[in-house]
Design a protein. Structure first.
Length: 387
């Protein structure tokens, strides 16, 4: 019995030559695999150093804004001259201190303590903490009586001179220039806006029109009100003046119409050329730049001769000529050209409506400008002679 068990254990642990060779190959392979896994998972020195540095930097950067400095480290400072390192001593992080320096480098001057609170890097808690130590220097302090004594960076949206120190005289806005308006207290940019507003309105004829300009503040309007000179209303002269014929008038004649400025003249002439002439006075409201208020003024001074319009040959005009007309949009033009190529042409506007080229309203609007010319048919004698 013991001999049988011994033989059984011996057969269990004994290996054949083939199995023994396989084991010899497997053991070194497993050892190499274990070594590779160990080397790849081991943290190297340079990696551990970078991780440690990042962790250290993150802890400092996140803890700095919330970590108040000891009260004995605070000192009296001027936000206009305080240095980067002094801001860090006051409790700001490096990024916050750099933001204040950049904010100041862009021309910001802290004239009152509240200006320092407006800086986006200064929190409300930090501002109240530093307020007892915040002191504006005399060179930067706000002085309402002598604003020229503080060194501020010039802003193009602010007046170039102290408007309260200008000796005002009667002034007409019809002949005003940018240089003239700057002497009244406007900045160059504001002066240009006022001139553009004047040209768009066709002139400023009342104080209410001048005050309606968005760059004119209430203070500026009330200060200039006694000195601005506006043309006297000439209602009788306007009514007795001979009306201007809109289709034949040149730019100088149109400029004489009350309510038409230099820019409006150009847009009226350009639209008149595209349209081929005006048929009704209501078409003047389609011109870009003609406001409702100006339209009411202009229509009383103009007349329209519809015989002077230029018509378009709908059956033979080219695509370029048809496309420039404001009543023929690109989508309608493509449909018109395609249908004309298939059909050959039309005889009346009803044919255009029937073919769904125009709607009834569109056809009624463009009808005065359309010319339906048919192709000339040869006479019988001409056919005989040709034969």
């Amino acid at each position: 019995m013991k001999k049988a068990n011994k033989e059984r254990w011996k057969s269990w642990w004994s290996l054949s030559a083939r199995e023994f060779r396989a084991l010899l190959y497997l053991i070194p392979f497993l050892a190499v695999v274990a070594w590779l896994i160990h080397e790849l998972s081991r943290t190297r020195f340079e990696q551990s150093f970078v991780q440690y540095a990042d962790l250290k930097f993150d802890s400092v950067s996140t803890a700095a804004p919330n970590r108040p400095e000891p009260e004995d480290s605070l000192f009296v400072f001027d936000p206009n001259t305080v240095s980067f390192h002094e801001l860090c001593r006051l409790g700001f992080s490096r990024n916050q201190a750099l933001g204040i320096i950049k904010y100041r480098a862009h021309g910001k001057v802290f004239e009152i303590p509240e200006d320092f609170a407006s800086c986006y890097t200064v929190s409300e808690e930090m501002y109240h903490r530093l307020l007892p130590y915040l002191q504006i220097g005399p060179a930067y302090r706000l002085r309402p009586q002598s604003p020229e004594s503080r060194p501020t960076q010039r802003n193009p949206d602010t007046p170039t001179k102290d408007s309260t120190a200008i000796a005002l005289v009667p002034y007409s806005l019809d002949t005003a220039s940018v240089a003239g308006l700057t002497t009244l207290g406007f900045s160059p940019r504001q002066a240009q806006v006022v001139l553009n507003y004047r040209d768009m309105k066709g002139g400023l004829h009342s104080f209410e029109e001048f005050a309606a300009c968005y760059v004119v503040s209430e203070e500026m309007a009330s200060r200039l009100a006694p000195y601005l000179v506006f043309p006297e209303p000439e209602q009788e002269t306007v009514e007795e003046r001979k009306p201007v014929e809109l289709n034949s008038a040149d730019s100088a004649t149109l400029r004489s119409v009350y309510g038409i400025g230099p820019r409006t003249v150009c847009t009226i002439i350009a639209y008149r050329e595209r349209l081929g002439g005006f048929v009704r006075v209501e078409q003047l409201a389609e011109v870009p730049g003609v406001t409702e208020q100006n339209f009411e003024r202009i229509v009383r001074q103009i007349t329209i001769d519809s015989c002077k319009i230029q018509k378009i040959d709908i059956n033979f005009a080219g695509a370029k000529e048809l496309g420039k007309h404001p009543y023929i949009p690109p989508r309608t033009l493509r449909k018109l050209l395609k249908e004309r190529q298939l059909k050959g042409g039309w005889r009346t506007t009803e044919d255009l409506i029937r073919d769904k080229i125009f709607t009834p309203d569109e056809a009624a609007r463009i009808a005065p400008y359309l010319l339906f010319r048919e192709e000339k048919q040869p006479k019988p004698t001409e056919i005989f002679n040709n034969q």
